[in-house]
Design a protein around this ligand. Structure first.
Ligand code: F6P
Length: 322
């Protein structure tokens, strides 16, 4: 019987810890007697043939590196029925019988479609946003939160020196998890997230005024990207309170950097799990974390799940930031 071959790709926005996941996939695959190919630039690599066999030492010295050594992309051509068929054909020619896809929801839809064309795929949640409904954790989230926290700590130094209010936007287009966790960790006076509607006067301005009455002189407001408008919010705060206010958008700094211990460990566990599924010929699954354990779900089921926002932590954050 010919040697089983699998491929691994990273797709969508990069996230710290993706390299640790790639390393785990390659080493687990080889230890199980498989050939492992690395696909460059997401699904594009399956269309252009930009695929290379990876060996044990190909993934040396990457566990601590941010970004993705496989590069990443969002592929328009792949997002067509013809594109998916072409990618599946390429996999068959190469003898690839399974693909590990590291990315977010969009990447999982691609994995579901490729599975539908006869190439079993397993998804691994890799995105700093923590916005995959079936998993309580996504690779890159811990590193991004810690980066955001460090950046806000620096902003606090200058806000404190000038008795200012700093309004800081963190990433999270559809998900307020980075904002929530960072907001708690920096003692933000208010946290604005896409999951909870807000009233600027009641939820921000009056909180600042109340805190000022009890002696507080500088303020941090953490805003998720999905809420946005930080410059407008800072301007209104200044107008309504008389406190000099500044806006900062942290942006892509949150996507880079060496992954934290948590991201490296979870990535290693998830990479291994994905390979064990493909080894058994099981595809159309997403690896996930539930109650701290590594589990897996059907991709279609996973994509239809609703994310649950931690409203208890959100309420608690506002109770103690007085
Ligand atoms: O990785 C997730 C994310 O950082 C979102 O929070 C953000 O909106 C988006 O990616 C930006 O991605 P890009 O700059 O690659 O389009």
């Amino acid at each position: 019987m010919s040697q089983k071959a699998i491929a691994v790709l990273t797709s969508g926005g990069d996230a710290p810890g993706m390299n640790a996941a790639v390393r785990a996939v390659v080493r687990s695959g080889i230890s199980k007697g498989m050939k492992v190919y690395g696909v460059s630039r997401g699904y594009n690599g399956l269309l252009t043939g930009d695929v290379h066999e990876l060996h044990l030492r190909s993934v040396s010295d990457i566990i601590h590196r941010g970004g993705t050594v496989l590069y990443t992309a969002r592929s328009e051509e792949y997002n067509t029925p013809e594109g998916v068929k072409k990618a599946a054909e390429f996999c068959r020619e190469l003898g690839v019988t399974g693909v590990v896809v590291i990315g977010g929801d969009g990447s999982f839809r691609g994995a579901r479609d490729l599975t539908g064309e006869g190439i079993p795929c397993v998804g691994i949640p890799g995105t700093i946003d923590n916005d995959i409904a079936c998993s309580e954790y996504t690779i890159g989230f811990d590193t991004a939160m810690n980066t955001a926290m460090e950046m806000v700590d620096k902003i606090r130094d200058t806000a404190q020196s000038h008795d200012r209010c700093s309004v800081v936007e963190v990433m999270g287009r559809r998900c307020g998890d980075i904002a929530l966790q960072t907001g708690v960790a920096v003692g933000a006076a208010a946290i604005l997230v896409p999951e909870v509607p807000y009233d600027l006067e009641k939820d921000v301005v009056s909180r600042i005024l109340m805190n000022r009455d009890t002696g507080k002189k500088h303020f941090i407001i953490v805003v998720a990207e999905g809420v946005g408008k930080v410059h407008e919010i800072a301007k209104k705060i200044q107008e309504r309170t008389g406190i000099e206010s500044r806006a900062t958008v942290l942006g892509h700094v949150q996507r880079g950097g060496s992954p934290t211990l948590r991201d490296r460990v979870v990535a290693s566990e998830m990479g291994y799990k994905a390979v064990t599924l493909l080894e058994q010929g099981i595809g159309n699954r997403v690896v996930a974390m539930q109650n701290g354990k590594i589990v897996d779900f059907d991709i279609t089921e996973a994509l239809s799940m609703e994310r649950v926002f931690d409203k208890n932590l959100y309420d608690l954050a506002h109770i103690i930031s007085i």
